[in-house]
Design a binder for this molecule. Sequence first.
Ligand code: NDP
Ligand code: AKG
Ligand code: MG
Length: 587
Amino acid sequence: MTQHIQYPESGEKIRVVDGRMQVPDNPILGYVEGDGIGPDITRASMRIWDAAVEKAYGGKRKVHWAELYMGEKAAGLYDGDYFPAETQEALEDLIVSIKGPLTTPVGGGFRSLNVALRQKLDLYACVRPVRHYDGVPSPLQKPEEVDVVIFRENTEDVYAGLEYQSGTDENRKLAKFLREEMGATFFDDAGLGVKPISPFGSKRLVRKAIQYAIDNNRESVTLVHKGNIMKFTEGAFRSWGYEVAREEFGDVTITEDELYSTYGGKRPEGKIVIKDRIADIIFQLMLLRPNDFDVLATMNLNGDYLSDACAAEVGGIGIAPGANMSDNVAVFEATHGTAPKYANQDKVNPGSLLFSGVMMLEYIGWQEAADLIRAAYQKVVTSRIVTYDFARQIEGATEVKTSQFADAIIETMQSGRVDLAKYQQEREQAIEQDRKVRELRRVSSPLEEMIASGRTPHTVGDLMNPNPVSVPAETSVEDAMHLMREKRISSVITQPGPDGDWGIMTQRDVISRIVSKNRQPSSVRVDEVASKPLKTVPLDMSLHDCAEKMASENIRRVVVVDNVGEPLGIISDTDIFASVEQFGLPE
Ligand SMILES: NC(=O)C1=CN([C@@H]2O[C@H](COP(=O)(O)OP(=O)(O)OC[C@H]3O[C@@H](n4cnc5c(N)ncnc54)[C@H](OP(=O)(O)O)[C@@H]3O)[C@@H](O)[C@H]2O)C=CC1
Ligand SMILES: O=C(O)CCC(=O)C(=O)O
Ligand SMILES: [Mg+2]
C-alpha cells in the first residue's frame, strides 16, 4: 500500500533473473522530477525519449512512467519528508529510474539527498561519460578529442558524512583521541572530517570501470588519485586498483610500464592499458591531451570535481549526463544541480538529463532509440538552434526555450531527416582515427610523450625509437645513404644476409669504410660495411644499465631486441642525454 506512488497499470516491471536484467516492451521506469530547473528539463526530456521510442519501434515498445518523489515535492506531499521510504522502495523495485537535480543547503541544514540516495541504495558507481558533439561550443581547440567516461566512487570518501563540527562535544572527543592517542597535531577548534577509502569500495569501482572498458572496446583505464599526499587513502585506492586489474583481468590488461617496456608503446590488440595519474595533473592533461584518456576511475570528491571540469570542455554541465549504479539498480541523473535562478523559466539546457535518459535507453537495450536522439541532437545543434547557455557562445545562434529545443529534436526525428547509419559510421571512423593518432604519437616521440604525460622513463623500452629502419643485406650503400638522408636518420639496420646475422650501418661507417677508402657507394653492399654482430639490449633493461653498457663498450647506440633477437628499436646516447637533462639521473 503506497501513499502517493502509483505504478501505471499498463506497464510491467523490469526484473533481474540470475543476475540478468529482463526488460519487457512496456517497462515501468521511475522518474523524480527534482527541484529548481528539474521540472522544466524533465518535461522536455520525457517528450523526447517517448518520441524516440515511438519512432524507433513504431509503437511496439513504450515506456510507462511512474512518478516518484524526492526533494521539495516530496516534502510537500509527505509532511516534510524529503526522501520518503516508499520512494526508496520503488527505486529498488523498479530497478531503472531517472531523476532531476535536488537542492542541498550549504554549510548547514539537511545532508545531501543525492548522496543519501547513493548510499542507501548502495549505488556505488557514478558513471559520467563526457564527449563532444559537433557544433557545441567549447573552449578547447580540438574538443572532438574529449571522449572519456568517468567512474566516480559514490559511497565513500569525505562524502561519507563523518564530519564533526567545531565546538561540539563530538568534535572535542575526537580531537582529544587524535591528539592523545594518535599524536596528531592541528589547530584548536578545527572542524574534523574522516575520509574512509576501503579496499572493498575501491576494488568494486575499478572492477566496474575495467569491465566497462572491456565491453565498450576502450583502450585504457586511468586511476586518478592524490596518493602522493594522502598515501593511505588515495594512494591505497591506486594500489587496490592495480591489484584488481592484475588479479581479475590479468589476461586482458597491461600496465602502462609494460606498454613501453614490453611493447614499445604499441598497444597489443585487445589489451586495456591500466595507468594512473595524480589528481592535480589530470586537470591539466584533460585540457591539453584529452585523447590520452578513455575511462577514468577515481574517488568521490575527485570525481565530482573532474566531471564538472570535463563537462566544461564539451559545452558545460548543461550537457553532461550521468548514472548512479549498483550491480542491479540504476538511477540516471543530470550532472548539474538545481540552478535555482532559472527555475520555472523554461530556459535551461535539457541536454544533461536528456543524455542521462539516452544512457538509460542504452542500459535497457533500446539502442535504436538512443542513437536516434543522439543523431537528431547533432542535427539540431549544428543548425545552431540552442538554449541560452550555448547561444551566448555561438555567433548567429537561434536561442530557444527548453521546450522549443525539445520540439526541434522531436520534429527532426519525426521528419526522418536523420541518417542514423551515416551518423554511426562517421562516429566509428572518428574513434578509429583518434586511436591511430594516439599510437603514432606514443611511438614516434617517446621522450616527448613521457614529458607530456607526466611519467618518468625507467627502461630502454620507455625511450627507444621504435620501428627501426632496416634494409636487405644486398642493398647498395648508395641506396641506403639516400634512405638515411630522406628519413633523417644516422643509421640503418641491415637484415640477415648469407651469414644469418643482423648488422647496423652508421654514417660513421660510411665515412670510415667507404669515403676514406675511395670506394664507390653504388658498388658496395650494406652488409659488407655493417658492424656485426649487433650490440643489443632487452626492452626492459634499465636506463642506468644501458648507459653503463654504452660507456664500457664505447658505443653510441644500441639496438633493442625482442626475446628472439628481432630488432624492435634503437636507443642512442642522445636519447639518454635528453632524458637525464629532463628528468635527472635514471634510477
Ligand atoms: N545531483 C544533484 O542533484 C546535484 C545537486 N546540486 C545542488 O544544486 C544546487 C545548486 O548548485 P550550483 O552549485 O548552483 O550548481 P548548478 O549546477 O545548479 O548550477 C550552476 C550553474 O551551472 C549552469 N547550469 C546548470 N544547469 C544548467 C542547465 N541545465 N543548462 C544550462 N546551464 C546550466 C548555470 O550557469 P550560468 O549561471 O552560467 O547560466 C548555473 O547557474 C545546490 O543545492 C547543489 O547542492 C548540485 C549538483 C548536483
Ligand atoms: O548532492 C548535491 O547537492 C551535490 C552533488 C553533486 O555535486 C554531484 O552529484 O555531482
Ligand atoms: Mg557535482
